[in-house]
Design a protein around this ligand. Structure first.
Ligand SMILES: [Zn+2]
Length: 211
């Protein structure tokens, strides 16, 4: 079987694998998304990343996506992903790659640290495919955010409209980040959240290249 595999198909798979490695994907993502053997992927990984892939389990829980800042990042990515799904005829994994690249661009343009890894982004899409996570519209800002499927839309308020109280929730990094990025970036991110509301609006044009 492997013998009859087209060289072009294989080249395409290697190219994908290289892109994913460059984006920081875990080896399990590559194994899942290409037909390349484990040995070849391992060699490719070492060659591209210049180190051995990290071992250990992939994150299997949906909990991370529900925490405050990760939820905002995940939602931004997923909105982009949904948008590309509608307007571009890409293979599934290429949609993930492209959406993740756009997410990184957006983080960079806003001077924010990307909290969402490509492996988590990939998991997120799987969780949505499996019905373990979905998106719910915030009743205040109208943006779409990652939630559990049973979220009651009528009452749902997102983490941008209702950030956690500074005193509670404990995580110093989150608090610091909130202090650093007050209203302005949140407003820009919100534009990202709403983008699949108006797919023809042209509000979100991939920033690559420019004019
Ligand atoms: Zn909101």
């Amino acid at each position: 079987m492997a013998r009859s595999k087209s060289i072009l198909t294989e080249a395409r798979q290697i190219e994908r694998a290289v892109t994913l490695i460059q984006l920081g994907a875990r080896l399990q993502v590559l194994e899942s998304e290409t037909d390349l053997s484990y040995e070849r992927l391992l060699r490719l990984y070492k060659e591209v990343a210049g180190k051995s892939p990290s071992k250990g389990q992939l994150p299997f829980s949906t909990d991370w996506f529900m925490t405050w800042q990760p939820n905002i990042h995940a939602s931004l990515f997923l909105n982009t992903h949904e948008y590309l799904n509608k307007v571009a005829a890409l293979d599934e994994i290429d949609t993930v790659i492209k959406a993740y690249q756009l997410y990184l661009e957006q983080m960079q343009s806003q001077g924010l640290e990307p909290l969402l890894s490509v492996t988590r982004a990939w998991r997120l899409v799987k969780f949505v495919d499996n019905g373990m996570l979905t998106m719910t519209k915030c009743r205040k800002c109208g943006g779409h955010f990652v939630t559990h499927p049973h979220e009651i839309a009528r009452h749902y308020v997102c983490g941008l409209c209702n950030p956690p109280a500074r005193a509670g929730k404990g995580k110093p990094a989150v608090q610091r980040s909130l202090d650093n990025h007050d209203a302005e970036p949140a407003g820009d991110l919100r534009t990202g959240m709403g983008l699949h509301l108006c797919p023809r609006g042209g509000a979100f044009v991939p920033a690559a290249g420019g004019h």
